[in-house]
Design a protein around this ligand. Structure first.
Ligand code: 5AD
Ligand code: SF4
Length: 436
């Protein structure tokens, strides 16, 4: 097969990385990427199962691909990723134009199959492999400035709402040497910033390294300017990791730390393995050790049994911490999770109402925190020209705030510049670069 492949990706950054892994494998064998589904020989949809809505969107997208197959029966369609793992053989029953269903541990086999004859009946490759970490495969780079690199896969937590441990399997970490090699290669191609990915990225551990020692190793890579990571689990945020962050100058002053709920009763029921008090202690330590640290989070409202009092605890935690932003979700029961059997205790309207109140509260805090940055001088990494005005550039501060600056001599993708923050415009900041 020397044709073209089209890849659509749903879900988190880890899925984006996996799509880049597959892209890397296919291109090494001579295939070319295309952004036009209509001209592809192989169509791949990388799916997510985190909430019901994510699955519905993936089904709709795959269903819409049927006409490509009608037009050309030789076209091959692969459904891969978390929903492929979750629904397996059910997928081609509903969507009989699908040729391959491939879980997150089976991408090497997918690559092999694509270069063989098309299967007569749909191939289902969903066997989990606790050792597969795709070490040694070079993923395609997704941007000229920043790259995302998965450093550990799977999850050993058992949060009762979450499908991820089921679909992504047990935790496994890549060798530090292989991660360093991948980052060095990205830097040699011009990348300035790396974002390390893992379901619980800070539980990274191999025989010789832990998360803190990995950060220190990456911090020594010449030419690399910034290190980010997502998402850490509060349970693994020990002082050792915080110290490594503080002492590694390339590690950005931003932490995305999912809290999920502010109520101890809910945290226990979610099996999160920390209390509200412990979470607040981590926040205090981060703020004490890392100057101007930006904090963002994930929050679920409307979990099974969430009372109004539990919900108010979440609101009060959100106020107390003052997160810079939050991903806020309404609880979505997932079949196969421990909480699923309990059903739901709130109506859709009640969940929606709680969600909206939280979003309103957080929006006010987000804006307040952005306003408070006016006057500050921040280092920003320029990522792109602004899509609205080609005479402006858009970049990010270390604490992960978007800043727009006017064009100036020497500015370009990947420039690291000092900028004075002037104002807020919606959810972005405006500033001016200070050329030394
Ligand atoms: N319902 C709603 N949100 C969920 N998340 C994970 N599982 C569910 C679920 N069943 C959210 C969590 C997690 C983020 C990636 O998605 O907040 O941190
Ligand atoms: Fe979705 Fe989770 Fe899979 Fe990422 S790991 S694609 S968030 S289900």
């Amino acid at each position: 097969m020397s044709g073209k492949y089209f890849l659509a990706t749903f879900g988190c950054q880890m899925n984006v990385y996996d799509s880049n892994l597959i892209g890397g494998m296919l291109e090494k064998k001579g295939m070319q990427a295309t952004g036009e589904a209509g001209e592809a020989d192989v169509l791949i949809v990388n799916t997510c199962s985190i909430r019901g809505g994510a699955e519905d969107r993936a089904y709709a997208r795959i269903a819409a691909m049927r006409h490509y197959k009608r037009r050309n029966p030789d076209v091959r369609i692969a459904v891969i990723g978390c929903m492929a793992q979750n629904h397996g053989e059910k997928i081609p029953v509903e969507l009989d134009h699908v040729d391959y269903v491939v879980g997150p541990d089976n991408y090497r086999e997918l690559e092999e199959m694509i270069f063989k004859d098309r299967p007569k009946t749909p191939a289902i490759l969903t066997e989990q492999n606790a050792f597969e970490n795709y070490d040694g495969i070079m993923a395609k780079l997704d941007s000229a400035v920043t790259c995302h690199i998965t450093i550990m896969r799977g999850c050993n937590k058992r949060c009762t709402y979450c499908i991820v441990p089921t679909v992504r399997g047990v935790e496994r970490s890549r060798e530090a040497s292989s991660i360093v090699e991948e980052v060095e290669r990205a830097v040699s191609e011009g990348v300035k910033e790396v974002c390390l990915l893992g379901q619980t990225v800070n539980s990274y551990r191999t025989e010789g390294d832990d998360f803190a020692s990995l950060l220190r190793k990456l911090n020594r890579i010449d030419g690399l300017k910034r290190i980010r990571f997502t998402s850490p689990h509060p349970r693994h945020f020990d002082s050792n990791a915080i110290r490594a962050m503080a002492e590694s100058e390339k590690v950005c002053n931003h932490v995305h730390i999912p809290v999920q709920s502010g109520s101890n009763a809910m945290l226990k029921k979610m099996r999160r393995q920390y209390t509200r008090e412990r979470f607040l202690e981590i926040v205090r330590e981060l703020r004490a050790e890392i100057p101007n640290v930006g904090l963002t989070t994930d929050i679920i409202t409307g979990f099974v049994g969430e009372s109004e009092a539990d919900y108010l605890e979440t609101l009060s935690l959100v106020e107390e911490v003052g997160f810079d932003s939050a991903f806020m979700f309404q609880y979505s029961p997932r079949e196969g999770t421990p909480a699923f059997a309990e059903g739901e205790t709130l109506t859709a309207a009640e969940k929606q109402e709680r969600h909206e109140r939280l979003v309103q509260l957080q929006m006010g805090i987000t804006e307040r925190n952005l306003d408070a940055m006016a006057g500050r001088v921040e280092e920003i990494l320029i990522e792109n020209r602004s899509s609205r005005d080609r005479n402006e550039w858009i970049g990010k501060t270390g604490c992960c705030k978007k800043v727009i600056v006017p064009d100036a001599p020497g500015l370009g993708k990947g420039s690291l510049v000092s900028a004075r923050i002037l104002t807020r415009s919606g959810l972005v900041l405006r500033g001016e670069s200070i050329i030394a």
